[in-house]
Design a protein around this ligand. Structure first.
Ligand SMILES: C[C@](O)(CO)[C@H](O)COP(=O)(O)OP(=O)(O)OC[C@H]1O[C@@H](n2ccc(N)nc2=O)[C@H](O)[C@@H]1O
Ligand SMILES: Nc1ncnc2c1ncn2[C@@H]1O[C@H](COP(=O)(O)OP(=O)(O)OP(=O)(O)O)[C@@H](O)[C@H]1O
Length: 282
């Protein structure tokens, strides 16, 4: 039986500016995303007709799972009856601003295309990805990337420095749609640049990049996120920011040892989900 196992990495948004609202309610963005060494694992197997999914988080194993949505889209584009099964192990917190579902969807597309000997061209894969969600094309790139449009126009930035970070999730979920609905341009700084220059590898200079226009929405509704930012700073973070639509907050540290030490200290408080991690390129 043909099968393939892929890692589906989480992401953080190191920079996210909302530039405008489109008539369909989506928002134009300028965002820099970096994939992380925190990842789900997806195994795809070609087999009997139909599609099926098992997941260690059984509540996620339904037909709405983005892995199955991706597989349906893939076989429709291929013009063949679907015949695949998937096994998904979740490590990325759900509805956390870390892009877990989008990454799983991209992994499903890539696994199926590899198992079908690259039947779909890269450009078709990007179109399919964009149809599944604004963040999905980014995960096809496999490295840090500058993303515009609604997030689907991806310019890889493979030599961007990889950051040592601590992720802190307050153990509640936030809906991306809700955060965008609550967003108001009143909260943004129009003088803030919408393009970034290449920073030096120094953690302090990297931390100076950090901007997220969606952060105020969530900080206002959830004061815990402000407490998490304060606590991260006290443990030595050079800068910290909410990722995407939240609620996960990340701190940037000088090196992996400092990130691990800070993660141990924060975990000992027993309040939040905490993980030290590093940016990756495939
Ligand atoms: C917050 C981010 O993760 C930052 O990278 C993304 O912008 C969200 O990407 P995503 O979860 O893949 O987004 P989708 O699944 O396409 O859309 C979820 C919801 O977010 C809102 N949405 C998303 C992307 C965007 N550029 N503008 C939006 O307004 C829309 O209301 C949409 O109904
Ligand atoms: N494979 C999947 N993993 C996680 N959630 C999924 C998956 N497929 C569908 N979902 C649904 O998608 C919703 C959003 O989950 P996800 O973890 O992708 O959010 P997120 O990290 O905030 O995404 P983003 O940062 O792209 O906005 C969940 O509430 C869940 O019901």
């Amino acid at each position: 039986m043909k099968q393939l196992t892929l890692s589906a990495p989480a992401k953080v948004n190191l920079f996210l500016r909302v530039l405008g609202r489109r008539p369909d309610g989506y928002h134009d963005l300028a965002t820099l995303m970096q994939p992380l060494d925190l990842a789900d694992t997806l195994t795809a197997r070609l087999g009997s007709p139909g599609l099926s999914l098992t997941c260690d988080r059984s509540e996620l194993a339904g037909p709405d799972n983005l892995v199955l949505a991706a597989a349906r889209a893939y076989y429709a584009a291929l013009g063949r009856e679907p015949a695949a099964s998937f096994e998904l192990t979740k490590r990325i917190p759900v509805a956390a601003g870390l892009g877990g579902g989008s990454s799983d969807a991209a992994a499903a597309l890539m696994a199926l295309n590899a198992l079908h000997d690259g039947a779909l061209e890269p450009r078709r894969m990007v179109e399919l990805a964009a149809g599944l969600g604004a963040d999905v094309p980014f995960f096809l790139a496999g490295c840090t990337a500058w993303c515009t449009g609604i997030g689907e126009r991806v310019e890889p930035w493979p030599d961007f420095p990889l950051l040592d970070m601590v992720l802190v999730n307050p153990r509640f979920a936030l809906s991306t749609a809700h955060v965008y609905q609550q967003f108001d341009f009143y909260w943004t700084n129009p003088h803030q640049p919408i393009r970034i220059k290449r920073p030096s590898r120094n953690a302090t200079s990297l931390a100076q990049l950090l901007v997220n226009d969606l952060e105020k929405v969530s900080l206002e509704e959830h004061p815990t996120l402000g407490q998490i930012k304060q606590t991260l700073r006290k443990t030595g973070a050079r800068g910290c920011l909410m990722s995407g639509s939240g609620p996960t907050v990340f701190g940037v540290f000088a090196d992996a040892a400092q990130a691990e030490q800070a993660a141990r200290n924060l975990r000992a408080q027993g309040r939040w989900w905490v993980r030290s991690c590093r940016g990756v390129r495939a």
